[in-house]
Ligand binder design. Structure first.
Ligand SMILES: [Zn+2]
Length: 663
């Protein structure tokens, strides 16, 4: 932690210097109200202040339940981990900051009493995760535990509304563009934090989630008063001071305040959200310019989620353009094969250079979490399968397989050949990615189904059950996808009911086939990429979907000598053995290549030109043929086994391949 944190502090200080020259940087992540408004249960009497409504909306999470399967296992491990963290330990630093006694054993890692982000997890991500988990499972005991934490935190809130695990003096320093007290310099600091508003955002978001998903009025009250404090803090700042403050990572402060406005209708929060707009970052995006090179990835994605919320609440098309251009730019030009973004410096590089930036510390997990959240907004505005194809890629390659069997979370997902997966510890990590991780596995139900008035969108192939009370219907989806290439959906209804079933036709399955009650239906996707089955459904009607997967060789933009392999939505990894790996080496933020050097990238030689062509079935890899997701090379100098990246654990791997040079 110490070496890492020094690096990060140095990063911030450097960024302050660089900011003057037009570049920026810092780090960050978000959490806020799971589309706070869209998902608000009607019991909260929410009226809505949206100017732009989603064309398709997620079902409230309480109406979707996971059935046994891979995702259910991930959810369950996460639920167990949330129960492992005692409230007294979570409250420790908040209580000390508020001048209250605490004899609890302090948490470690980034939540340690001198940790630079203390409070971000304990009073923020943790609450969001509990709220989401309650919505997704109905676990009343967890809701009660989280509500008690909310009450404990409320006792630590200051009269002026401030709530944090360190004092407000840490904020005041930012007006000078520094996080250090005047008399100290980098070599002598003792009293410091990284990113005050980053942490503040997480705490506010956790409270908003507790209100949205658990109906906690105490949490809403705390969030309102936090909002009041933040608004009164930024209002008197000059533009010059605001610019200095924003050089330091500030998460999705715009989004948190927008969400608070969406829940309360109080204009001051809308104005506060607008004040937090980071103009230096947004201006090139609004002009449709890719200036991401050199910027810190996860510092910036939450701001764009804020832009998406800003568009929804104000109707400002500029915000819409920023969100859409940003998403397309990241996905087309700054994404690694599994779907993650961020290079070895947790930043972006020049466009189309991913192949030159393979790293042990690449693909920071919270970047993927945030890109998934942004994607849901874009889908809501214009439902289209391409958003959900991307969602699926991240779900199965970056979110599945980055949680250990005991529920611990990953920070980086290595792209370097010979990398391996590493995980945090239960009480001594609390990284940004621990925070987004506990949220992710709590909200796996949130995107499987969306709906409009007359149609249900089946976005993801996951064993689950959906209640649709407006139609007096339930849908059960049964599948062990991606370990089988099919899914089935059964309708349960009190009486025959008309609605459209929209099934995503994934880009990777050109031979998708559908039948209803055993009779084949035309399987041609509409312009939105969904197959449409519109009829009056009777209870027991059964839809069978066949989703044949094929092997594909995929190009690496800007690196014609490299290739990756995919099977259906699954990115394949070459298995590179366990030699030299110890259990202890898997407990870390990422693989330590000083302890075990990187391995040469696996090479392939295609038997024919066609076999090497991107997007085609490669001639040099075959499935094992035994129905398992196992693959092997054929006709190569060194034959290798492959498996889906999400199944890789405790072994070294590479998802990138190099074309062998012909002598
Ligand atoms: Zn992270």
């Amino acid at each position: 932690m110490s070496r890492e944190s020094v690096t990060r502090r140095a990063f911030l200080e450097i960024s302050a210097a660089v900011a003057a020259s037009g570049a920026l940087m810092p780090r960050e992540l978000w959490a806020a109200g799971q589309d706070a408004v869209v998902d608000v249960p009607s019991s909260n009497n929410h009226t809505g202040y949206e100017k732009v409504e989603w064309k398709a909306k997620p079902f409230p999470m309480a109406q979707v339940r996971l059935k046994p399967g891979l995702l259910k296992d991930m959810q369950e491990r996460d639920r167990v981990y949330l129960f492992m963290l005692p409230n007294d330990r979570l409250l420790h630093s908040f209580r000390l900051t508020a001048g209250k006694p605490s004899t609890a054993q302090p948490l470690g890692g980034w939540e340690a009493p001198d940790g630079d982000l203390r409070g971000h997890f304990a009073g923020g991500h943790y609450l969001s995760a509990c709220a989401l988990m309650y919505a997704a499972t109905g676990d009343e005991q967890l809701r009660v535990k989280a509500e008690a934490l909310v009450a404990g935190l409320a006792e630590c809130q200051q009269e002026d509304g401030y709530l944090g695990a360190y004092p407000t003096s840490m904020y005041d320093r930012m007006k000078k563009g520094s996080l250090l007290p005047d008399e100290q310099h980098w070599n002598g600091w003792t009293d410091h934090v990284w990113a005050p508003f980053y942490t503040f955002h997480k705490i506010m978001a956790g409270h908003l989630d507790m209100y949205v998903h658990c109906g906690s009025e105490t949490a809403l009250n705390t969030a309102r008063r936090m909002g009041d404090w933040a608004v009164q803090w930024v209002t008197p700042l000059t533009d010059e001071q605001m610019d200095k403050v924003q050089r330091i990572e500030h998460g999705g402060m715009n989004e948190a305040l927008f969400n608070l406005y969406a829940l309360t209708g109080e204009k001051k929060y809308l104005e506060g959200g607008l004040r937090f707009e980071h103009k230096r970052f947004f201006e090139p995006l609004a002009a449709r310019q890719d200036k991401l090179d050199g910027l810190h990835t996860n510092t910036n994605i939450p701001k764009v989620i804020g832009a998406a919320r800003g568009y929804e609440l104000t109707g400002d098309e500029r915000y819409k353009g920023i969100a859409e251009f940003f998403w397309q730019t990241v996905v087309d030009h700054h994404t690694f094969a599994p779907g993650g973004t961020s290079n070895a410096n947790e930043g972006w590089s020049a466009p189309d250079t991913a192949g030159s930036h393979l790293a042990a510390h690449g693909q920071e997990c919270c970047c993927s979490y945030n890109m998934l959240k942004l994607t849901r907004h874009l889908f809501g505005w214009k439902p289209d399968a391409r958003w959900m194809d991307y969602y699926e890629r991240l779900l199965w390659n970056v979110r599945a397989g980055t949680q250990s069997t005991d529920g611990m979370l990953m920070y980086y997902l290595a792209t370097i050949p010979g990398g391996w997966k590493t995980f945090g510890e239960a009480y001594d990590s609390f990284w940004c990615c621990t925070g987004t991780g506990v949220e992710e596995y709590a909200k796996l139900v949130d995107t499987i189904y969306f709906h409009d008035e007359n149609a249900v969108y089946v976005n993801q192939f996951v064993s689950s059950e959906l209640s649709w009370p407006e139609k007096r219907a339930r849908l059960t989806q049964q599948t062990s996808f991606p370990e089988e290439e099919r899914t089935s959906i059964v309708v349960h209804a009190e009486k025959p009911v008309s609605f459209a079933l929209k099934l995503r036709a994934p880009h990777w399955s050109p031979k998708i086939a559908v039948s209803v009650n055993g009779i084949a239906e035309k399987a041609v996707a509409g312009s939105d990429g969904y197959l449409l089955l519109e009829r009056t459904w009777k209870s027991g009607d059964r839809v069978e979907v066949s989703l044949p997967m094929t092997l594909r060789q995929e190009p690496v933009a800007g690196s014609p000598e490299l290739a990756t392999l995919a099977y259906g939505p699954l990115v394949l990894a070459a298995c590179m053995g366990r030699d030299g790996l110890s259990t202890e080496m898997s407990v870390n933020q990422g693989p330590d290549m000083n302890r075990l050097p990187a391995l040469p990238m696996p090479q392939f030689e295609a038997a024919s030109a066609a076999g090497a062509e991107a997007g085609k079935e490669p001639s040099w890899v075959k499935t094992s043929g035994d129905g398992e997701l196992r693959f092997r090379t054929v006709g190569q100098i060194k034959e290798m086994e492959l498996k889906p990246l999400y199944q890789v654990m405790d072994e070294r791997y590479s998802v990138y391949w190099q074309k062998a040079r012909k002598g």
